[in-house]
Design a protein around this ligand. Structure first.
Ligand code: MLT
Length: 280
């Protein structure tokens, strides 16, 4: 069901899916809510394959982040904490007490900020091609350059060169239409939204301490061809939590949930089962 809340002067759109098939196992999977937070430059619908695979058993909450998809740009949101608070408003609206949050890349940075601000709500946290590290100095320089490039040539021109770099070479040559569709969808973004996201990612701080201090299960997914959240970074971080699952997808780039959805859906299901086993 498509829903909307009003938050700090703007609407936020999200989808709420209630499980169609209650579990007949002892632990009721239908009790578990999963929030999926999309990355840059995406919208909640990017997770369609995951919604199809998981919606029978879990309550799913899938926002369009402010500025993406059906949610208008909101100039007052500046930091990952601000975006995390916008997710908290949705969760409050739905009267959900506890949930698992999994974020893709930029969505993972926001999920970490959410966990820092609302630790009592989180049962498990997944970094899907994302990282708890802050940007390196070089990456910060590149972000500012990208903000200037967008100012000069527009966000759509920037995305046209950026989006193909997100995929592994094998998928890219086999499925050029997927990349084309994402570029086409990207042309609907306002340039100021894309700049806002880049500034927010540039400004975010290291969150590795959270991995050690939050005693919840963490999931890390990367791809062997992921340049934006390299597998080596995730392997290093995965030793920090008390309970962690790590999966490196062969030949996948930064978009494993589109490049190998079947494999990613299985991993997500295993992670959700792990969370349930730990929290009962
Ligand atoms: C994303 O996929 O959300 C972005 O590539 C994140 C980033 O640039 O760090």
């Amino acid at each position: 069901m498509q829903k909307t809340i009003h938050y700090r002067g703007q609407d936020i759109r999200y989808v709420l899916l209630q499980p169609t098939r209650p579990s007949n196992s002892g632990s009721d999977r239908a009790d578990l809510t999963l929030m999926l937070v999309h990355g840059f430059p995406e919208r909640g619908g990017i997770f369609q394959e995951q919604l199809d695979a998981l919606s029978a058993y879990y309550t799913l909450l899938v926002p369009d982040l402010p500025g993406s998809g059906g949610s208008p740009y909101n100039p007052v949101l500046e930091s990952t904490a601000d975006f995390a608070d916008s997710l908290a408003a949705i969760i409050k609206e739905e009267q959900i007490d506890k949930l698992v949050i999994i974020g893709h890349s930029m969505g993972g940075y926001i999920a970490l900020a959410f966990a820092e601000r609302y630790p009592e709500i989180i049962l498990g946290l997944g970094l899907l091609h994302s990282t708890a590290y802050a940007d390196s100095e070089q990456k910060k320089v590149n972000r500012i350059k990208a903000i200037h490039t967008m100012e000069q040539y527009g966000g759509a021109a920037f995305l046209k060169t950026m989006i193909p770099t997100l995929f592994g070479p094998v998928f890219k040559s086999a499925h050029p239409q997927v990349i084309q569709e994402l570029i086409e969808a990207g042309s609907h973004f306002e340039t100021r939204t894309l700049q806002q996201y880049y500034q927010m990612m540039h400004d975010r701080t290291d969150k590795t301490a959270l991995l050690m201090h939050l005693s919840i299960p963490f999931l890390f997914i990367s791809g062997t061809e992921d340049k934006a959240a390299p597998a080596i970074d995730l392997i290093r971080q995965s030793s920090l939590p008390q309970t962690a699952m790590i999966e490196i997808l062969e030949q996948a780039g930064h978009m494993g949930f589109l490049e190998c959805p079947g494999q990613v859906n299985k991993i997500l299901t295993h992670f959700l089962q792990l969370v349930q086993n730990v929290s009962i």
